[in-house]
Design a protein around this ligand. Structure first.
Ligand code: GEK
Length: 243
């Protein structure tokens, strides 16, 4: 059972850099729902994209799977399509352990492998759907292009990448408004000013966002020539890229 996220509710003498440890695992479903506007819509959208884009006898990847919400959504969308398997990867041992329990709690004919590894070490092959749901932003910027190039190379023609991120905006006025709206969203979810500010400090230098333009340019360099936003809520959203 997921607990309520109150990790940053008490004043801390020192706010350490955010890590996906056991404490975070325990509250993760609550934390991500109350922090990412549109998270549940995106998870639902991943099932719809899978239903349309996954092909028989192919692999599907959930890179930075956390507790496997996107994996479960892909598995629903697959609806037992013949010969498909899902490979879910995360480098947090605590996440992977809990993810395996969640995935195996539901019966399905679709094979799911949950791997504890760095997504940069994974060979992507024979893929019809790859999901990076709020994971790329945690990778050091120098590693991002190599990962996207590996994904492009491992996708089948017509295969898709779903890339969800927190975005920056070149236009400073709309950038500020979208940030303020996100903070209003967090307040509306019951987070206090102290929680919001301590969480923001913990994510500094850990979560590094890019502008939409930077994402599109990098995706193009990686090989993707068909890139579009398929969802946006304030400064969060998903890009769909087609090989
Ligand atoms: C969801 N996709 O619920 N290799 C593997 N995993 C990594 C790496 C890496 N190099 N860097 C970070 N992670 C999920 C939510 S959370 C997003 C994704 C968030 C993992 C990290 O351990 C964490 O579980 C996940 O990426 C990011 O749809 O918490 O904002």
């Amino acid at each position: 059972m997921s607990q309520t996220d109150n990790i940053y509710s008490k004043p801390l003498t020192q706010v350490d850099g955010f890590t996906f440890d056991e404490q975070v695992v325990q509250v993760f479903p609550d934390m991500i729902k109350r922090s990412v506007p549109g998270y549940e819509k995106i998870i639902h959208m991943i099932a719809m994209i899978t239903e349309r884009c996954a092909v028989e006898n192919s692999n599907l990847y959930d890179l930075g799977c956390s507790l496997g919400a996107a994996t479960l959504s892909m598995r629903r969308g697959l609806n037992n399509k013949k010969g498909c398997q899902i490979i879910a990867v995360d480098n947090s041992a605590a996440m992977v352990e809990r993810c395996q329990q969640y995935i195996h709690a539901y019966k399905s004919d679709t094979a799911v492998a949950v791997l504890c590894d760095d997504i940069c070490n994974i060979q992507i092959e024979n893929a019809s759907v790859v999901v990076l749901n709020f994971t790329l932003q945690f990778l050091t910027p120098e590693k991002r292009l190599t990962l996207l190039t590996n994904i492009y190379n491992g996708l089948l023609p017509g295969g898709v990448l779903v890339l969800s991120e927190k975005f920056l905006f070149d236009d400073s006025v709309s950038h500020q408004l979208l940030i303020d709206l996100h903070l209003d969203f967090k307040r509306s979810q019951g987070y206090s000013e102290l929680e919001i500010s301590q969480k923001r400090s913990s994510l500094e230098n850990v979560l590094i966002s890019d502008t939409l333009e930077a994402h599109f340019a990098r995706l193009k360099t990686a090989g993707f020539s068909h890139n579009n936003l398929c969802y946006q809520c304030f400064n969060f959203g998903s890009i769909i890229s087609i090989k």
